[in-house]
Design a protein around this ligand. Structure first.
Ligand code: BTN
Length: 328
């Protein structure tokens, strides 16, 4: 692996120019056959490498896979993403992250997969996770917070992710309570937070993020085609998943540090500025009842406050849908 990484570095350093197999083997003190085998493995990892019988090898296109080496090259966060578990395919990155967390992995460990077979969403729903088209990511945190504050971690994550996607794509997405990220009314990001805690302390939190990055509109299954979209559709161009992933980790780390230093108030204020729910007519579908009203605020616990004909209702969990504006 060290030799492969070194070959890749030589190819990248040569910025598209050919470098001969002989030069590589001489520089790295390995046989020509070993060079050839590593080049073949790099091609399987998605790097486009041109081989010329006389001139040698030239890197034509970097891989778009979320390989740990590519992530590390662009990583600016100091804790989040320092330990990376990468899979071509998984049942669910949250399942894997929960196992790692229970076995004592360090805070900031991430699990990322190119595809999920049984990606999970909130309220026991599934999550469409096609190969190489999104970011299916789970982050392990060990926050020194009271378990009662866990729900606010979800809002915190939404703020970090929304900042990152708007910075990278300029798409102009907003947050629907509690933590969906939407573009023009369609969902581009879902967040599933799962916690292990004692009565008075959190063992760990797994923040699972599903980000629809380069999915074409017609690729969504019919059940979600009208309600989901992707950042590529929103921004009109393909988005670098590695750039987006590393920006998400950096922004998430910034909001997490802010909460640890200054409490949740600044992040909740930020959430409000990014919200597309506040001021809207909404319908709430709870476990035991459904009602409608105007979403007027979130309180210090992150609960959504809804003005109804019966007074103010406080919603801590459930499904909230925004009513489409009626024609004038
Ligand atoms: C939602 O219902 O909106 C939440 C969706 C969360 C999906 C992500 S994809 C990565 C992580 N692994 C999972 O199985 N789910 C979350």
């Amino acid at each position: 692996m060290i030799v492969r990484t070194a070959i890749l570095e030589l190819l990248k350093h040569n910025s598209g120019q050919y470098i001969s197999g002989e030069d590589i083997s001489h520089t790295l003190q390995v046989s020509r056959t070993a060079v050839w085998k590593h080049i073949r493995a790099l091609k399987l990892d998605g790097y486009e490498i041109e081989a010329h019988p006389r001139l040698g090898y030239a890197l034509r296109q970097n891989t778009d896979r979320l390989l740990p080496a590519e992530i590390k090259e662009q990583l600016t966060s100091t804790v989040l993403g320092r330990e990376i578990h990468y899979f071509s395919e998984l049942d669910s990155t949250n399942n894997e992250a929960k196992k790692l967390a229970a076995n004592g992995c360090p805070e900031g460990t991430i699990v990322v997969a190119e595809a999920q077979v049984t990606g999970r969403g909130r309220l026991a729903r599934g999550w469409f996770s096609p190969h190489g088209k999104g970011i299916w990511l789970s982050v392990v945190l060990r926050p020194p917070f009271n378990p009662m504050d866990a729900a606010k971690c979800t809002l915190m994550a939404a703020v970090g992710v929304n900042r990152a996607i708007n910075a990278v794509t300029g798409a102009g997405c907003g947050i629907k309570w509690p933590n969906d990220i939407l573009w023009q009314g369609r969902k581009v990001v879902g967040i599933l937070t799962e916690m292990s805690a004692e009565m008075d302390a959190i063992n760990h939190i797994v923040i699972g993020m599903g980000i629809n990055v380069n999915i074409e509109q017609q690729e969504f299954p019919s059940e979600i085609a009208a309600t989901a979209t992707s950042l590529a559709v929103a921004s009109g161009c393909q988005v670098s998943r590695v750039k987006l992933l590393t920006t998400i980790l950096s922004e998430l780390e910034t909001v997490y540090n802010s909460v640890k230093n200054a409490g949740f108030a600044p992040v909740l204020a930020d959430w409000k500025t990014q919200s597309i729910t506040l001021g809207q007519q909404v319908d709430v579908h709870g476990i035991d009842r459904s009602f409608g009203g105007v979403a007027i605020d979130i309180d210090v616990d992150g609960a959504l406050l809804i003005e109804t004909t019966q007074g103010i209702e406080r919603v801590l969990a459930g499904d909230v849908s925004i009513r489409p504006a009626s024609p004038q």
